[in-house]
Design a protein around this ligand. Structure first.
Ligand SMILES: O=C(O)c1cccc(C(=O)CC[C@H]2O[C@@H](n3cnc4c(=O)[nH]cnc43)[C@H](O)[C@@H]2O)c1
Length: 229
């Protein structure tokens, strides 16, 4: 199977690629530094998927991967999170009654669900925590915003800036999607100097190094079971 991994920046791309030089498997990976943010991620992922399809070498799986913020205490710095739901947080309208997602306005989608059995099996081999990964346009920088996000998304374990864009591109091509994040910082008051990017990238490399047997035994045609609410 051909697998497309979309990261934001070259350091994340290289961390993922290191796993395949250490432990090559039967699958073929293309790892892309697609840019920071949902729009860049969607554009680059869609371009790669279209190019591959047109050249008769379509991808069977897309993975959004990189570092991310973790909600404490469930996702501490250095831990790994796999999304069973990829949710964009601010696609909607502000109303007198509060934020209303586009889906309640009759448009589009705000969440994508990765294949349930694949998520379960990857969590099993990597030790990743499983939950919602939020896609934000603005990195959370206060305890108040972190608490607000947890109130509106109680299953959220992490936030990052690209997952939903990658998932939208994958969905447009009918290709399943995953999101894997190495946690570099807690979601909360901004302290950029304290981000542990090296630890998060190392968690990512280690995780990708363990994926081969799980992906080999995964049946991509298996219907996706509904997740628990
Ligand atoms: O400076 C570096 O060496 C470096 C290496 C790898 C990645 C970076 C980034 O700054 C990537 C930005 C990327 O990180 C995600 N991210 C990380 N923490 C958060 C967060 O708390 N909230 C939202 N996003 C986060 C995000 O996906 C960005 O694309 C630097």
């Amino acid at each position: 199977m051909r697998i497309l991994v979309a990261t934001a920046v070259p350091a994340e791309r290289d961390a993922v690629a290191r796993a395949f030089t250490a432990a090559p498997g039967p699958d073929t990976y293309d790892v892309l530094a697609a840019g920071v943010g949902c729009a860049a991620a969607a554009a680059a992922t869609a371009t790669a998927l279209t190019t591959a399809a047109l050249t008769g070498a379509a991808y069977g799986l897309v993975v959004s991967a990189g570092i991310g913020g973790g909600f404490l205490p469930e996702a501490p710095v250095g831990s790994l999170v796999i999304a069973d739901e990829i949710t964009v947080v601010d696609l909607g309208a502000e109303t007198p009654e509060g934020f209303v997602p586009v889906t309640e306005l009759g448009f589009g989608t705000v969440s994508h669900r990765p294949p349930k059995t694949l998520v379960r099996d990857i969590a099993g081999v990597t030790g990743a925590r499983t939950g919602t990964v939020l896609t934000v346009s603005t990195v959370t920088g206060s305890a108040e915003r972190a608490a607000e996000l947890r109130r509106s998304h109680p299953r959220a374990l992490a936030e990052a800036m690209e997952g939903f864009g990658v998932a939208e591109a994958a969905a447009a091509h009918g290709v399943p999607v995953l999101e894997l994040r190495g946690v570099s910082n807690p979601v909360g008051p901004r302290d950029r100097a304290a981000w542990r990017i090296g630890d998060a990238l190392a968690a990512l490399t280690e995780a990708f190094g363990k994926l081969a047997p799980v992906l080999e035994s995964w049946n991509p045609h298996e219907p996706n079971e509904p997740h628990e609410p």
